[in-house]
Unconditional design. Structure first.
Length: 443
């Protein structure tokens, strides 16, 4: 207990003793009144009795107030201990990260190095910030029921948006070494993102070692052909070591421009001793991002500008926000003057060199989002109709809409039918969610 609590407790004891003494005096005066015959004596004693009664009432009020304050203090201590018990099973790093995020728009505070000290600071926060802390924490993949019950007991109202589960991402970065014969550097991490649409929040990222070493002939580079096996083993790690359901997992591929059109979601993963399935069928979403942004530094400001524009109009329809391009006819420039345009859609050119040139042009414009049909060798008009059907939603709903389309398309038994039906790709590249810097020696 704090010193203030002890001071109040001692003061209450003194006031209670004072009340007992006054009660005894009151009784003694009452007895004297009944024994006195003189009217003068009786009047004097009656005045003393009234004065004693008033003092008793005053002291009783002080006792009541002190007891209420002590009860409130004890209640806060109990609430604090309950919160400590609720947060104890959660990694302290996660709690610290959420604490920093909830203060993102508030004043700077020192970060305690123990859970008890942190909880004490939490309970001293304004109620709106404490609600924000609990709301952000509930988005994490933790046991939520007890924390929600505690929040309700504290009279907190958590908006529906606050109780959704965080987005869990498997981030895989494939970085060019300048020459395809040298292979690619590959890194991976798991990210728990409290809200992918909040640019001020910082996800919690955990590095994951690549499960097997590259061929010594091109080490430390991996061959392009190694990527499906790397994915298969990383997904096994996500399930066995981190207990992440595949249906909750968003795969984010950071790719160089020459690999942007790989059929990533078609790569099969080992589900059982015999059974294999396309990862795009089992996982929540498969998203493409760029690992080449360091070559487009002059466009970094544009990239952030257009992403923030996307945040402002993410509830707008895709038809309004994605501009049609035609790489086959050489139309590769987006009209960014249109205030609702945040990206583009197109049917890909069948020549690899022209695909690379297109991505070079688009990333140079600061492109954050694109929907495209991969290497369509069939009917271009049919491809556009498929794209239009997926785009009947808001830009924020596009990843889910594409995932539903893939679920259906990847269910075809014939591989040729699967490749034709599921050839849509989505670039959704958030500049505020970079791939983490990884030091595997300390990870």
């Amino acid at each position: 207990m704090s010193n203030l609590y002890q001071v109040k407790l001692e003061r209450l004891a003194k006031q209670k003793q004072r009340l007992e003494d006054l009660t005894a005096d009151y009784q003694a005066i009452s007895d004297d009144i009944s024994s006195k015959i003189s009217s003068v004596d009786r009047q004097r004693l009656e005045r003393d009795l009234k004065q004693c009664e008033k003092e008793m009432e005053r002291v009783a009020e002080v006792c009541d107030r002190l007891e209420a304050e002590l009860q409130k203090f004890q209640s806060k201590v109990d609430e604090t201990q309950t919160l400590i018990d609720l947060l104890s099973p959660i990694q302290f790093e996660v709690v610290i990260k959420i604490y920093r995020n909830c203060l993102a728009e508030g004043r700077a505070r020192s970060i305690p190095d123990t859970l008890e000290a942190l909880v004490q600071q939490l309970t001293d926060l304004p109620k709106d910030l404490l609600v924000r802390f609990v709301g952000l924490l509930i988005r994490e993949p933790i046991e939520q029921n007890a924390l929600k019950a505690w929040a309700i007991q504290q009279g907190m109202t958590l908006p529906e948006a606050e109780v959704r589960t965080a987005e869990i991402c498997l981030m895989i970065k494939v970085k060019t070494r300048g020459n395809p014969s040298l292979g690619y550097l590959v890194e991976a991490a798991i990210a728990h993102d409290p809200d992918p649409w909040d640019s001020k929040l910082e996800p919690i990222k955990t590095p994951i070692p690549i499960p097997f070493a590259p061929d010594p002939k091109r080490a430390p580079g991996y061959a392009q052909e190694d990527l499906p096996q790397i994915l298969d083993q990383l997904l096994a790690t996500c399930g066995s070591q981190y207990q992440i359901p595949l249906s909750d997992l968003v795969i984010q591929w950071f790719l160089p421009i020459e690999l942007m059109s790989l059929p990533l979601e078609h790569w099969q993963i080992q589900i059982g001793r015999i059974q294999k399935q396309c990862n795009g069928l089992r996982c929540k979403a498969v998203i493409v991002r760029s690992s080449d942004r360091q070559y487009y530094l002059p466009a970094s400001g544009d990239w952030k500008k257009y992403w923030l524009r996307l945040l402002d109009c993410r509830e707008s329809r895709c038809a309004q926000t994605l501009e049609s391009l035609d790489p086959i006819k050489g139309r590769t420039t987006i009209n960014w003057i249109k205030t609702q345009v945040v990206g583009c859609k197109f049917v890909e050119h069948h020549e690899l060199q022209k695909q690379e040139r297109l991505w070079d042009a688009l990333l140079g414009q600061g492109l954050p989002v694109a929907l495209w049909m991969r290497q369509s060798k069939g009917d271009a008009e049919k491809a556009k109709k498929v794209m239009q059907s997926v785009m009947k939603c808001s830009i924020a709903e596009l990843p889910d809409s594409l995932a539903r389309h893939r679920q259906k398309a990847l269910s075809h038994d014939c591989e040729t039918d699967r490749l034709e039906a599921a050839s849509l790709c989505l670039l959704l590249d958030n500049p505020f969610r970079p791939f983490p810097t990884i030091d595997y020696q300390s990870a």
